[in-house]
Write a protein that binds this ligand. Structure first.
Ligand SMILES: [Zn+2]
Length: 676
């Protein structure tokens, strides 16, 4: 994996220029709203004392203190990304249960010192805590202290003793906020200290941390509060909601025959509705990586479960954090696990909402988000929410509106596709009876209404109650859809038909600009990052994006003509072949890779024979039933090379899957006149 990261690193310009952008960090000048990020600003000079300092020069990367118990520094710690310097590897990404956050390691005695000017209305927001590898009874206190130097009077602003004695879990964390308004305009030194209580004189500090837990500070930030009443001119807060496995055409928002999405309709009434938004991939991992980087899967290379977003590829959270946004995510984990790089740039990345098995993951996401938002009324923030609710299994909680979808005579009240199609889906291509299909679809629709009722509606109400709705940029989207035998199978991740790649997109702009506008042009999730940055007035990183800003469409203008792509890499699920779709109105071409030997035999009944090239006229044939590939040679000749080039680029970078456009197919295409 590491060599592939470095390959990507070579292709993409490093982000040092971004870090150097003085605008983003200007402190006490025009952009007074930018918080001071202590972790990102750490240099050797800030580290006045630390047992992790060694005789060797400070590291820029992954060196760990050799003398220190290595395991303590690596267990529960993800060595994630770090921009620029990371002296003595004191910056870490810490995974504690469902919470992932950036920390500064601070085994006692550690002292970090920062000299800076306190802006108006500032709040120091931070956490501190301990974690241990093994349960230790009789653990002793570690004292955490923050003080201001060069100020009149006692400068201590925080002191707390923490220990792991009688704590059930192996860690303990406290989160705090201290108002610094009293020192506004003063230049001070802020000192973060840890010390071992009950120790004096020389001691074995490594043994102390092993016995009592390793100390850390969680993402200290000096946050300027927004002035009441001035929020209207301020850069918008940004909330991105991704509902997993939500196909657009099952939302009443898009004209579905049942009332699946009343709250989403109300949100769209205040925003811009995109009727033709496409996903870059028909599965969670790659699609979200596209949504959060603005790059197509061939470029971000987050394709397989062994991959992660490469450190050199900036995510929207990283870009916004460096532009002064507080960042947090509440997700369902799974393919959005922090280990795939999704936690990069988030001050808090939480996976407490659970995976796809919970009855009400949508409500969990909203509850966690509400608690976080409550403390951010005066902040500038980016919040990313993700819920697996409509994902298989289709298990929603009981609520009255279920009856609108689920008739009494339907046998399944909840269902798991594994129960019906077998573990590993050997019966993926089973047609089921019409009654069973109807039941399956009804259960999925209930899940959509669950999201609408427990997440979208209450979240909007929370934002209104907190006074955050008006100025917020709110984006509602989904990573991919779900198949209900539209093209002879179930679930997702196997094909690129529109039931899997056409997703909902609502963008509610600050002050509900352009409320009620409908945009019919083809756009992609790939366009979200450039659009967010344009709306927030934040510069794009030098590495650029594959997507484009949708802002011209908000004003009724057109985008320059372009082709959108969607991609399924070979073997992501079982032995499904790679597929590439190229969209250029009104046509959609799909290039399908070869089946591996034995692929069809795995299934009972087997899947249909492979069709190398499909071409649909989406205007005349939105259900994609009428393959025109043999009749529209000129269109195929134009779109096929785009698909092939995409596949070649994706596979070259992956470096481990054979190209699926083999000699045989090439001859076949040539004889049909598709290749010259
Ligand atoms: Zn998904």
């Amino acid at each position: 994996m590491s060599h592939r990261f470095s390959n990507v690193g070579l292709r993409l310009p490093l982000l040092a220029p971004l870090l150097a952008l003085p605008l983003l960090f200007a402190f006490g000048c025009k952009r007074a709203e930018a918080p001071f990020l202590f972790i990102d600003r750490l240099t050797e000079e800030n580290v006045a004392a630390s047992p992790l300092k060694t005789a060797s020069p400070p590291a820029d990367s992954k060196a760990t203190g050799r003398e220190w118990p290595e395991s303590m520094l690596t267990t529960a710690v993800v060595l994630d990304t770090s921009f620029g310097k990371n002296p003595w590897s004191l910056e870490k990404t810490l995974v504690l249960g469902p919470d992932v956050f950036p920390v500064l390691l601070a085994p006692p005695p550690t002292e970090f010192r920062y000299r800076l000017k306190i802006p108006l209305r500032s709040v120091l927001r931070f956490g501190c805590g301990l974690y241990a590898e093994n349960k230790q009874d009789g653990a002793e206190d570690t004292v955490f202290e923050i003080k201001l130097e060069d100020v009149p009077g006692p400068g201590r602003i925080f002191e707390e003793s923490i220990n792991l004695d009688k704590v059930q879990s192996l860690h303990r964390v406290v989160l705090r906020e201290v108002d610094l308004s009293a020192w506004a305009g003063k230049t001070v030194t802020i000192v973060f200290q840890t010390r071992a209580a009950g120790f004096s004189g020389p001691k074995d500090l490594r043994a102390f941390s092993q016995e009592n837990g390793l100390a850390f500070w969680i993402d200290p930030l000096l946050v300027p509060r927004r002035e009441a009443g001035k929020a209207a001119d301020a850069p918008p807060n940004i909330i991105l909601i991704s509902i997993d496995t939500l196909r657009a055409d099952h939302l009443s928002l898009y004209g579905y025959r049942l009332p699946t999405s009343p709250a989403a309709e109300r949100l769209a009434g205040d925003g811009v509705l995109f009727t033709s938004c496409f996903s870059g991939a028909p599965y969670t991992l790659a699609s979200h990586a596209t949504m959060l980087t603005g790059l197509n899967p061939a470029r971000h290379q987050t394709l397989y479960m062994a991959d992660g977003i490469p450190p050199a590829v900036p995510t929207i959270a990283e870009i916004l954090r460096r532009a002064g946004y507080e960042t947090a995510a509440f997700t369902g984990g799974g393919q959005l696990n922090a280990k795939y790089g999704f936690a990069k740039g988030f001050g808090l990345y939480n996976e407490r909402a659970g995976g796809n098995q919970l009855l009400n993951s949508a409500a969990n996401v909203r509850r966690n988000a509400a608690l976080w938002l409550e403390a951010r009324k005066a902040s500038k923030f980016f919040l990313f929410l993700h819920a697996y609710q409509p994902h298989n299994p289709y298990r929603s909680p009981e609520f009255p509106e279920r009856a609108l979808f689920l008739r009494d005579d339907m046998p399944w009240k909840r269902v798991s596709l594994q129960d019906v199609l077998g573990i590993g889906f050997p019966h993926l291509f089973r047609s089921l009876t019409p009654r069973e299909r109807e039941n399956m679809t009804a259960l999925y629709d209930v899940e959509i209404r669950t999201v609408d009722r427990y997440l979208i509606g209450p979240l909007v109400e929370d934002l209104k109650r907190l006074g955050l709705y008006e100025n917020a940029l709110i984006i509602l989207a989904a990573d991919h859809g779900e198949e209900f035998f539209d093209h002879g199978a179930w679930e997702h991740g196997h094909t690129l038909y529109n039931e899997l790649i056409r997703v909902p997109l609502v963008i509610k702009l600050p002050r509900s600009r352009e409320a009620g506008r409908r945009v019919h042009e083809d756009v992609g999730l790939i366009d979200l990052v450039p659009t967010i940055l344009a709306e927030a007035g934040v510069a794009a990183p030098p590495s650029g994006f594959d997507g484009v800003s949708l802002c011209p469409l908000f004003k009724g203008e057109k985008l320059p003509g372009r082709m959108l792509t969607s991609f399924l890499p070979a073997g992501f699920v079982y032995d499904f072949p790679s597929r590439v779709a190229v969209l250029r109105r009104p046509y959609k071409l799909v290039l399908n890779g070869e089946f591996l030997p034995g692929f069809r035999e795995y299934f009972t009944p087997p899947p249909p024979e492979r069709i190398p090239i499909e071409l649909y006229d989406l205007a005349a044939d939105p259900m994609e039933k009428n393959n025109l590939a043999n009749r529209k040679a000129a269109v195929v000749r134009e779109l096929l090379p785009v698909a092939e080039a995409y596949l070649k680029a994706a596979m070259e970078r992956t470096g481990r899957r054979e190209l699926v456009v083999d000699k045989k197919l090439e001859e076949e295409l040539r004889s049909l006149g598709y290749l010259r």
